[in-house]
Design a protein around this ligand. Structure first.
Ligand code: FMN
Length: 191
């Protein structure tokens, strides 16, 4: 897939087929994150792949989904992610810009997964303490973010943002994602 096509066609996906994603693809996603740009090349990040069924099941309970969708919504268990990649950082003084590094690493992960037609959702809403407990992650690590992964089982489309940034789901279960229009946010040579 062309990089531009992957970038523009990627949407956050929150409902998944229960077909496994190969460990090989998950490792490629992490390798792309490992090779991402890093401020001062400090490379403070580590990654945790979860693809064991029982762990995914437990992990699923800790996540917060699609906050704008009301009434409160979560995927059914039979449409839950089949794998996760966690972005971790050690608590040291050598991780000054880790949030930027983690954001770029997450972008690489979701773009590589898109290349394999695998849906993804970057998530910051999760129970950090529970996640650490389930995965036995040592206390000296921060769990920065989680990327939920799996073959797509929903359609999500972009629309021009008019009034609200809130994404919504229509009666055919298609997600609609308002995005600011190009001409509203781009300045070329003149403000
Ligand atoms: C840093 C970050 C944190 C996010 N956290 C969550 C989350 O906790 N739960 C969730 O369902 N979606 C989460 N999302 C997905 C956003 O809601 C989504 O990116 C946004 O609505 C735009 O949709 P799109 O990704 O399809 O373009 C997060 C996205 C980013 C970049």
């Amino acid at each position: 897939m062309d990089v531009y096509d992957a970038v523009v066609s990627r949407r956050s996906i929150r409902r998944f087929q229960q077909k496994p994603v190969s460990l090989d693809i998950l490792k490629k996603c992490v390798n792309a994150a490992r090779l991402a740009p890093s401020a001062a090349n400090l490379q403070p990040l580590e990654f945790f792949i979860v693809n064991k069924k029982e762990l995914c099941k437990k992990f699923f309970q800790t996540l917060g989904w699609a906050g704008y969708i009301k009434p409160k919504w979560t995927p059914n268990e039979d449409e839950s992610p089949v794998a996760y990649i966690l972005i971790l950082v050690k608590k040291t003084d050598k991780n000054l810009w880790y949030i930027r590094d983690a954001s770029i690493a997450a972008a690489n992960i979701v773009l590589v997964s898109e290349n394999y037609n695998i849906g993804s959702c970057i998530m910051l809403k999760f129970d950090k303490e529970k996640v650490k407990e389930i995965l036995k992650i040592p206390d000296e690590y921060i769990v920065d973010s989680v990327i939920a992964l799996g073959y797509k089982s929903e359609v999500s489309v972009v629309e021009d943002l008019t009034e609200s940034v809130k994404y919504w789901r229509d009666d055919k279960q298609v997600m609609h994602i308002p995005k600011r229009k190009f001409e509203d946010i781009v300045h070329i040579n003149n403000f």
